[in-house]
Write a protein that binds this ligand. Structure first.
Ligand code: ZN
Length: 345
């Protein structure tokens, strides 16, 4: 894909409710399934996943659109993946270690002590194990995490960790309980944003802090328009930008205290893009990348992958040089602060 389609479509922006949008691209459930599972290598899982994606969408196709009014890009239908989707789509892989957004959040909290904190989607606890007991005690912290492995790791630290959505009934006892809520690389997977913010308001104290990290939309756009991976629903369903945080925040009584885009080295950006190019090519039958993905011999497959990526490095050189731009980092981070009062000032 070299360009987005940019034809006017009617959709429903989950942030500003505008019905006007431009179509970026659309997929059917089989194309979406190819993003996650190799049809050639695992035909049964591929078929089950495609059927399940259709069920989630309640139709065969899904559009990815950009809101005319606030610029938010989202999948339409705006439907998140469920447990079954993630079971079918992903093999369990490693968890991130200490990340850029963890450090920014740590820095923002470093003068505070004994705050109550909720981390939503805490992985294996990479962030929280640095926060407690240094900045606050373990009894002040609650985590959520769906993966059994991640939850086990967090519980081994002596922390309370639940495998539930914060919008569920189990969170009702925590009314106005939290000073800090963290959601690292979670929000881009979530639908029902108004329900989410209604619950965040219920759970937080006045002047609470909400720390969020999500992918950088410019990095996604670069990948999509240069032969890299598509930002495929229903895994990622929203592409956030600063304006989106401001708009949704305004409706629910939060303001943007701070916002940043990650700066990554040229080499790390180029490496990621070349991998994305290889994986994207691998989704198309008949391509060298697709054939390589079917090689059963691990060493041979690895060697051929390196050769193939080496060839891309040469052919992609003009594109790669554009990755020197500083605004093409992987992630963005935002610190939202809850207003002391929801009344107009
Ligand atoms: Zn909008």
């Amino acid at each position: 894909m070299k360009h987005y389609q940019l034809t006017p479509v009617e959709a429903n922006c989950p942030i500003c409710y505008s019905r006007n949008a431009q179509l970026l691209w659309s997929v059917d459930s089989e194309q979406a399934s190819r993003h996650y599972v190799s049809k050639e290598a695992e035909p049964q899982r591929f078929k089950e996943l495609a059927a399940h994606i259709s069920n989630l969408w309640q139709q065969k196709t899904c559009d990815v659109v950009r809101c005319d009014d606030c610029g938010f890009c989202y999948s339409y239908p705006y439907t998140a993946g469920d447990d079954k989707f993630y079971d079918l789509a992903y093999e369990r892989s490693g968890y991130p270690t200490w990340k850029w957004e963890h450090q920014l959040t740590y820095d923002a909290l470093t003068d505070k002590r004994d705050f109550t904190l909720l981390e939503i989607g805490a992985g294996d606890g990479a962030f929280i194990r640095r926060i407690t007991p240094e900045l606050t005690s373990q009894t002040n912290v609650l985590c959520t995490e769906y993966s059994n492995y991640g939850r086990g790791q967090i519980q081994q630290l002596g922390l309370n960790c639940l495998a539930v959505d914060i919008r569920s009934k189990q969170f009702e006892p925590f009314k106005e309980h939290f000073d800090v809520i963290c959601m690292f690389q979670v929000l881009e997977h979530m639908d029902r944003l108004d329900d989410l913010f209604q619950r965040l308001n219920y759970l937080t104290r006045k002047q609470a802090s909400l720390f969020i990290s999500v992918p950088n939309p410019k990095c996604i756009e670069f990948s999509e328009l240069n032969g890299g991976l598509l930002d495929m629903p229903p895994n990622h369903i929203g592409r956030w930008n600063r304006e989106g945080f401001e708009k949704l925040g305004e409706r629910w009584g939060w303001f943007v205290e701070d916002h940043a885009i990650e700066e990554n080295t040229f080499v790390s950006k180029a490496e990621l893009f070349l991998k994305y190019h290889f994986w994207r090519e691998g989704q198309h039958p008949g391509t060298p990348a697709n054939r390589i993905s079917r090689i059963k011999n691990h060493n041979l497959s690895k060697l051929m992958t390196i050769v193939c990526i080496g060839l891309y490095t040469v052919s992609d050189l003009p594109k790669l040089s554009r990755l020197r731009a500083v605004d093409l980092g992987f992630s963005q981070w935002v610190h939202l602060k809850r207003k002391a009062s929801l009344e107009p000032e």
